[in-house]
Design a protein around this ligand. Structure first.
Ligand SMILES: *Cc1c(COP(=O)(O)O)cnc(C)c1O
Length: 357
């Protein structure tokens, strides 16, 4: 007799074909806990060795942990997707690994090697395989964290670090037709400053933008566009995605020189635009006034993929961009190629796809 097993097993039963039993069509962007997380600790001056998969759950921290007191931590975000051909794949995980290494250096932390990072991401995705949504329904978002967990009172790098990866299924961003973003230009708060940490995925970059973001959302906007902190004239990015504009078929995006997060999606879209379509892509400073006169504008990021901007509001001016049913748009072209490479509908000539199974 197993009187207590029913409640346990009800959350652990697999539906058809080994999927977790949830309604895949009502998946959102919120956290859906999965079965396992990858975890590994190492001391200062040591190297990360092999970690292990443990059941997903709370972790214990000293109140004096560096991450809690001084924000010593960085994160990453990448997706595992299930294709129609049955393959389960990651997209350019080496780019996330390299970015984590750069961020760790900036924040005085040891970091896992590229090989180790990719292996850990694969293990996490594999262990939570039943949570990788059916093809077309979304993906399993992997969230690697690298945090200073050792206790420290005086300001200094932590004596111990934790590398952890947890996972949550999220829906595909694009509903049919695509939901264009309505952005507002932020004119009070800056996201990043010269010499700061805007160019790495430091956890310290995100709480300070909540204020601007929630204020914008209350007014009905999707998110905000940040301007450079020196002149307040040039566009930088959105809270968690990069920004592009198109004018006379030339694609432009601000250069990632320390205050802008170098997105993997940004980099991939630049390569797709140049190599698959022969578009001219410029990485240069863009004045907000120029963006307001663009033919098209769009955002890129792992969470949103490539999403058109429907409107931008700057001071008292709102401009709208033609987006709906615009199959000829540059954004649509790049977005579909980006998706097709991930789905395996276009050959992966560049070695971007890493199989996990
Ligand atoms: C993560 C992130 C991006 C997008 O990076 P991807 O690697 O494409 O997901 C852009 N801007 C900020 C601030 C980010 O945190």
């Amino acid at each position: 007799m197993a009187p207590t097993s029913s409640s346990f097993s009800s959350s652990h039963t697999n539906g058809e074909h080994g999927y977790a039993e949830i309604d895949w069509d009502s998946l959102g962007f919120g956290l859906t806990p999965t079965d396992y997380m990858y975890m590994l600790k190492c001391s200062k001056n040591e190297e990360f060795t092999n970690g292990k998969l443990i059941p997903y759950g709370n972790i214990e921290l000293s109140p004096a942990a560096a991450v809690l007191n001084y924000g010593q931590g960085i994160f990453e975000g990448l997706k595992a997707t299930r294709r129609k051909d049955g393959k389960m794949v990651l997209f350019r995980p080496n780019e996330n690994a390299l970015r984590m290494i750069k961020g760790a250096e900036r924040m005085c932390m040891p970091s896992p090697t590229v090989e180790h990072f990719i292996d850990a991401a694969k293990q996490t995705a594999r262990a939570n395989k039943r949570w990788i949504p059916p093809p077309g329904k979304g993906s399993l978002y992997l969230r690697p964290l690298l945090i200073g967990t050792g206790p420290i009172l005086g300001l200094a790098p932590a004596p111990e670090y934790t590398f952890l990866i947890y996972a949550s299924p999220v829906r595909a961003y694009f509903k049919e037709g695509g939901t264009a973003l309505n952005l507002v230009v932020e004119n009070e708060f800056d996201r990043a400053s010269r010499g700061g940490v805007g160019g790495v995925k430091s956890i310290t970059n995100y709480a300070p933008v909540l204020n601007a973001m929630t204020r914008a959302k209350k007014k009905g906007f999707s998110d905000v566009i940040y301007l450079d902190s020196i002149t307040g004239k040039y566009i930088e990015e959105v809270s968690t995605c990069n920004i592009f504009m198109v004018k006379d078929k030339i694609i432009s995006t601000p250069p990632t020189k320390g205050t802008i997060l170098p997105g993997v999606t940004r980099k991939s879209i630049i390569e797709i635009a140049r190599e698959y379509y022969g578009f001219k892509v410029e990485e240069r400073q863009i004045e907000i006034e120029e963006l307001m006169k663009a033919d098209e504008a769009f955002c890129t990021g792992t969470a949103v993929a490539v999403v058109p901007i429907g409107s931008i509001t700057y001071q008292d001016t709102r401009v709208e961009y033609q987006t709906t049913d615009n199959n000829d748009s540059v954004c649509k072209k790049l977005c579909s190629t980006y998706a097709a490479i991930q789905n395996g509908e276009i050959e992966d000539k560049k070695g971007w796809i890493v199989e996990i199974n």
